[in-house]
Structure formats: C-alpha cells, structure tokens
Design a protein around this ligand. Structure first.
Ligand code: RTP
Length: 155
C-alpha cells in the first residue's frame, strides 16, 4: 500500500568519531533497524573542521564549540538517514539525554557513554533541523526510496 507522509518522516543520525572508533556502528544500526525504521541513506565521511562548524552552526559562540567541532572532524563519522513514523522523536529517545550520565540505561548514550564530549551519536531534534541536516550531509540522489517486504507488517 502507499505510505502516508507521516510514515515517510525522516531524520538525520550520525555515529560520531568515538562511536566508530569504539566499534558501535553495528549495534546502533541494529537498534533502528529492529525497531522497524528504514535506512534510506548511509555513508562513512571524515568531515572537515569547516563542515563540522556548519553542522553545529546553532552552537556557534558556546564555550565548547571549538572542542566539539574539532572532535566531530577528528575521524570518520557514519552519516545516515532513517525513515518511518515518529522517527525524529523516537530517534532522540533511542539516543538518550545529551549528558550520558543523565541518560537512561537502555538508550545508546545510557548504555555506552560517560561524558558529554564523547556521547557517541547525533540525531536531529525536530522536523526543521532534520530537513536542514539531511540537506547538508546528503545529495538528493544519495537518498533512496524503496519498498521493503516488511513495510506491511509495520504499518
Ligand atoms: P546532538 O546535537 O549531538 O544530537 O546533541 P544534543 O542535541 O543532545 O545536544 P546539543 O545541545 O545540540 O549539543 C550538541 C553536542 O555538543 C556537545 N556538548 N558539549 N557542555 C559541553 O561540553 C557540551 N554540551 C554539549 C555534545 O556532544 C552534544 O551532543
């Protein structure tokens, strides 16, 4: 059947350099995949400092901005677009609170991280940022539209 606009909601998720270095790529992808969300774009990117500053543009002027953008540009990042009903909000739920020690066990940060400067993963915080971040990280042709046999068991 045709998917509704809500089912086609998309979010930008990035596994930061610490998540890649620590071998957490497969675990993080598995959580989104097993929930029923659909991976529509993925690539391994080593962002430049300039690109990291663009991504965190809204945090310019914060005391941790320089360290944060140094960190994001310090190594490969797994950039992804995930699709499905409620994926923006639920993605944030999967990720957990920004400060890992405040994040619940069972969340990605709760399970794998201790410090706010090494918190493994990024996820868009709303529809507008999702749209902007997807456009920053991906060309339109890198985002695929496809049916999965499981779609009808999810919706
Ligand atoms: P993200 O954008 O990475 O998903 O994180 P977030 O929305 O949970 O948090 P945000 O406030 O947007 O901050 C972005 C990233 O900046 C780092 N940060 N460091 N006090 C600090 O040193 C500090 N505060 C924030 C974190 O890596 C956070 O994920």
């Amino acid at each position: 059947q045709e998917l509704s606009a809500a089912e086609l909601e998309r979010t930008f998720i990035a596994i930061k350099p610490d998540g890649v270095q620590r071998g957490l790529i497969s675990d993080i992808i598995a959580r989104f995949e097993k929930k029923g969300y659909k991976l529509v774009a993925i690539k391994l990117v080593h962002p430049t400092k300039d690109f990291a500053e663009k991504h965190y543009d809204d945090l310019k002027g914060r005391p941790f901005f320089n360290g944060l953008t140094d960190f994001l540009s310090s190594g490969p990042v797994v950039a992804m677009v995930w699709e499905g009903q409620g994926v923006i909000k639920y993605g944030r739920k999967f990720i957990g609170a920004t400060a890992p020690l405040a994040s619940e066990p069972g969340t990605i940060r709760g399970d794998f991280a201790i410090s706010v400067g090494r918190n493994i993963i990024h996820g868009s915080d709303g529809p507008e940022t999702a749209k902007d971040e997807i456009a920053l990280w991906f060309k339109p042709e890198e985002i695929l539209t496809y049916k999965k046999e499981t779609d009808k068991w999810l919706y």
